[in-house]
Design a protein around this ligand. Structure first.
Ligand code: ADP
Length: 491
């Protein structure tokens, strides 16, 4: 007993250290190369081109992944069109639901494998892929499976008709979750799919293709093809594609919108953001600080709805800054497969360079930078959690989406002032309000021009809740009942 007490005392004197807790990669069985998933089979790309997909935390190649050209895109779209005409478009909702439920259940059963692969390919902490990305992806399939035979209730008095082939292009920040957001409502409403994951993170979408084979979905109902922007552009302009669902940068969103102008294709665009996270003096400050951390450092800040512009009421600004720095000193950055890691690797070298460039600009324009004092691994792509003060609405880092762990901080005195400041952006995806007063939550959130506003919390997602933006953050909603509408004609 005595000895135990002594050991305890010793532990308190030395700084607290976490023992390594790495997740095993054993459940993941990677293939050497991945072909294109078209018409229910993996098929080699017509030009035979494959590119490496790497682990951003180690820079090791995980697998070679096919690059689809125009003729491969054509094959995939034709397979989807045939599957729509031949099978899926004719199948009653309750039969479609069975397949979608099956996908959801298998995803739950294989959740560990998907989570590990998501972390290996994208660099996000295993804690996040295990507790957020994969369970939420399964939840989306469950949720939309439930709607498949209830569309008459979703649109009372109207008949919902499928559109046909949906072309879906997704980004690299939530690879499997974005695939689920897009595929689940498309299938529930009777459409077939050609989906393209992002070039840096295709592996969980390809594992989903294997799962879809296992679920015995009729061939061609879901096609998953890989490649970069060119492949995406070929999907967008294909004449047999009836709807485009895109999540990605505002820049590419604008290109897609231009390419779709004058066609009868339907589209939804979920683009960039530069959300205001607003802390009032009457907020529970410790919780608010936790919310600030989650809003900007979750998924290394690779989040379109990240709370990247912090507004703190002047009277509590010093206190919040002190608490924020304290909390940052406890963040653990490093091996994404370690279960204790808070901040993983930056998704790619290109993204790291983009973040570095913008941070340099922030300093050059006179901002005061503060970085968490932590060591980062030698190999791989990393960026320390970063704060900027001494910035204003005209600073580049306040205006532009950084898509990294970089927070700019400004102060305010009154609610009206902060509403004006928060809305002073071309984006309008999300926002956060922290206050003890319910009335203030309503006043502020009603006036924020943003698709999603969280109150006393941040980055909370649920399949029943619609998500989407205003202004340059895009158009259309995904998730919830609203997420069904872009996939149907109502007659
Ligand atoms: P990010 O900034 O997140 O990399 P992008 O908008 O560049 O976002 O990429 C999102 C998705 O859009 C990726 O799957 C990418 O391959 C695809 N993409 C890039 N350029 C185009 C394009 N011109 N047309 C269609 N899709 C594209």
């Amino acid at each position: 007993m005595k000895k135990d007490k002594k050991e305890h005392a010793l532990n308190f004197e030395t700084p607290f250290q976490y023992a390594p807790a790495p997740e095993s990669t054993a459940p993941v069985k990677l293939k050497e190369r991945y072909a294109l998933f078209i018409d229910g089979k993996f098929q080699a790309p017509s030009k035979g081109i494959y590119l490496p997909s790497i682990n951003p935390a180690t820079e090791e190649t995980l697998a070679l992944v096919a690059v689809a050209d125009e003729s491969d895109v054509n094959k995939a779209v034709k397979a989807a069109a045939n599957a729509y005409k031949g099978v899926w478009g004719k199948l009653p909702g309750k039969e479609r639901a069975k397949y979608i439920y099956r996908i959801a259940r298998i995803l739950q059963e294989r959740a560990r494998e998907f989570a590990i692969l998501e972390t290996m390919n994208g660099g996000k902490p295993i804690r996040e892929s295990r507790d957020i990305d994969i369970p939420l992806a399964a939840a989306h399939f469950f949720y939309y499976a439930g709607w498949a035979d209830k569309l008459d209730y979703a649109f009372p008095g109207r008949k919902a008709q499928a559109l046909g082939v949906a072309g879906q292009i997704i980004p690299w920040n939530f690879p499997l979750l974005m695939a689920a957001w897009k595929i689940a409502p498309a299938l529930a409403t009777g459409n077939t799919v050609v989906l393209k994951p992002a070039e840096t993170t295709p592996l969980t979408a390809l594992l989903l293709a294997e799962l879809i084979q296992e679920a015995d979905l009729p061939p061609g109902v879901v096609n998953i093809i890989t490649g970069a922007g060119e492949t995406g552009a070929a999907i967008v302009r294909h004449p047999l594609v009836n709807k485009i669902a895109f999540t990605g940068s505002t820049e590419v969103g604008k290109l897609i919108q231009r390419s779709l102008a004058g066609t009868d294709k339907r589209y939804t665009l979920e683009l960039g953001g530069k959300a205001a996270n607003i802390i009032f003096e009457d907020a529970a400050l410790d919780q608010a600080v936790e919310g600030i951390i989650n809003a900007i450092f979750f998924n290394q800040g690779h989040v379109c709805c990240a709370g990247s512009r912090l507004f703190v009421q002047e009277s509590v600004a010093d206190q919040v800054m002190r608490k924020l720095r304290d909390r940052m000193s406890t963040l653990r950055i490093g091996d994404p497969l370690d279960k204790n890691t808070d901040i993983g690797a930056i998704n790619s070298k290109e993204q790291l360079q983009k973040i570095q460039g913008l941070v340099k600009k922030g300093i050059a324009e006179g901002g005061d930078m503060y970085q968490a004092d932590c060591s980062i691994p030698k190999k791989g792509f990393w960026f320390k959690p970063t704060l900027f003060t001494g910035v204003s609405a005209s600073s580049t880092i306040v205006k532009e989406e950084i898509f990294g762990p970089v927070l700019s901080i400004q102060t305010f005195r009154t609610a009206d002032e902060v509403i004006e400041k928060a809305n002073n952006t071309p984006y309008g995806l999300s926002g956060g309000v922290w206050t003890d007063k319910g009335s203030k939550i309503f006043k502020v959130s009603k006036q924020l021009k943003a698709g999603v506003v969280w109150a006393n919390t941040y980055n909370k997602f649920d399949p029943t809740s619609p998500f989407g933006g205003y202004k340059e953050s895009g158009l259309g909603r995904e998730g919830g009942l609203h997420g069904l509408a872009p996939y149907v004609h109502l007659v």
